[in-house]
Design a protein around this ligand. Structure first.
Ligand code: SF4
Ligand code: FES
Length: 249
């Protein structure tokens, strides 16, 4: 009896060769212990070395293997072939809402700019020299933002977000979640600088709370919750600045 196989129907786009993206189907061995990424690497090794896609860790850490698998944004290293049966066809597209560079490789320049805009790094309340020692933080202070620090920049949330799909000026789920993460960090003092960005009309107020970002997130970051919490804290800040003389903004 022939060994069982499964089909990968993969979107191809080769600049200079394809006028528009086209599907190409590959038959690969069906192995119950493989994930979709393994099957794609088999194609690359045995069938078609020109197939382009990003990956690195194979364990849901690097965030680079995001693609649409059967219409849902997912990490190719997370989707098991055992969820299918021999003879099935798995449809693999490039991550939605981003321009395609080649095949399954998308251009994420827009997101990189947004990370910079929201200042997704710690800006200390007070600069300390090395001699003055480390910035200390209690376990409770860490717990207040830890969930939002688990983001691996895989961009599945952007691919799932209808607001970003319609208007790419929206800062978007992961960048806002990261802004919230640093705003909650007791070592950080740049809350007002980030609020100026995420409180703008392209920021938190554009979110209509569809919530798909949190559904597809492989690290349970819950960017939808971060956006809602940012709405609350931004509103509180605004009230404080209006009602209290010398308010905190
Ligand atoms: S918030 Fe979740 S889905 Fe979005 S980039 Fe971060 S890890 Fe990926
Ligand atoms: S290969 Fe790193 S997250 Fe999938």
């Amino acid at each position: 009896m022939a060994d069982p196989t499964i089909n990968l129907k993969i979107l191809r786009y080769r600049p200079g060769q394809d006028k528009a993206p086209v599907y190409q189907t590959y038959q690969v061995p069906f192995r119950a212990d493989w994930v979709v990424l393994d099957a794609m690497n088999w194609v690359k090794d045995h069938e078609d070395g020109t197939l382009a896609f990003r990956w690195s860790c194979r364990m849901g850490v690097c965030g680079s293997c995001g693609m649409n698998i059967d219409g849902t944004p997912a990490l190719a290293c997370h989707v098991a072939l055992s969820d299918y049966k021999a003879g099935d066809t798995i449809v693999v597209d490039a991550l939605g809402n981003f321009p395609i560079v080649r095949d399954l490789v998308v251009d994420i320049t827009d997101f990189m700019h947004k990370l910079k805009e929201v200042k997704a790094w710690t800006i200390p309340v007070e600069e300390k020299s090395v001699e003055q020692g480390e910035y200390l933080q209690s376990p409770a202070e860490l717990a207040s933002f830890k969930q939002f620090s688990m983001c691996i920049n895989c961009l599945l949330c952007y691919a799932a977000c209808p607001v970003y799909g319609m208007d790419s000026t929206f800062i978007g789920p992961a960048a806002i979640a990261l802004a919230h993460r640093y705003n909650q960090d007791s070592r950080d003092g740049a809350n007002s600088e980030r609020i100026d960005v995420i409180g703008d009309h392209e920021g938190i107020w554009s979110c209509t709370f569809v919530g798909e970002c949190s559904v597809v997130c492989p690290k349970s970051v819950d960017p939808a919750a971060a956006i809602q919490r940012s709405k609350v804290s931004t509103t509180m800040d605004w009230f404080t600045s209006v009602l209290l003389p010398g308010g905190n903004r």
